[in-house]
Design a protein. Structure first.
Length: 187
């Protein structure tokens, strides 16, 4: 299972900066040319603009580029790659699974996560955009588990109780209250 809200902390000019891979940041980075793959390639090539695009939403400083260069792009590379993977909702440690449906773009995937957060989960738009993709998916799984526990699912192989007659149902439901069924004679 992927880590939930795992803090990614980098040090810039002696100051700790926490990078939180929120859905809002993921959507912003996905819009870059090449989407997440292009961003990962840029990080691998020690691109200052890619590093700045990732760090800027979490650390607004007029000398950000200078701070990044002083720290060294090579030293920041593992944390930045981890951040991009978390934004994409990818767990590098998970075993490869067979695709279970048609492939979708990252933009569509992130929009779907937004719909899950604001629709299925009932979160506000701000709360949804602040959550990480992994947090949204885990909350969705939790919601689905709750709904299955309450209403059951088509996957349940448990035999359903026989319908019985109406008198038996009334006795079962109201018998503990000391109620009795009175049959009225037809007039």
């Amino acid at each position: 299972m992927m880590r939930l809200a795992a803090p990614i902390i980098i040090i810039l000019a002696g100051e700790a900066v926490t990078l939180r891979p929120s859905l809002a940041c993921a959507m912003q980075l996905e819009r870059r040319p090449g989407s997440f793959k292009g961003l990962l390639d840029d990080i691998g090539d020690d691109s200052l603009s890619a590093a700045s695009a990732i760090i800027a939403p979490h650390h607004s400083h007029p000398m950000l580029a200078s701070r990044i260069m002083d720290t060294g792009l090579e030293a920041l590379r593992p944390a930045l790659m981890d951040y991009v993977l978390q934004c994409a909702g990818i767990d590098p440690d998970a075993p490869k699974a067979a695709p279970d449906g048609p492939s979708v773009s990252f933009a569509e995937h992130l929009q779907h996560l937004y719909r899950i957060g604001t629709g299925w989960l009932g979160w506000t738009p701000a709360a949804t955009l602040d959550a990480t993709p992994t947090e949204i998916m885990e909350a969705y799984r939790g919601r689905m588990d709750m709904l299955k526990a309450i209403f059951g699912s088509a996957d349940d192989d448990q035999p359903q109780p026989s319908p019985g007659n109406l008198d038996d149902k009334f006795r079962a439901a109201f018998g503990s209250f000391g109620t009795t069924i009175i049959n009225r004679e037809a007039a």
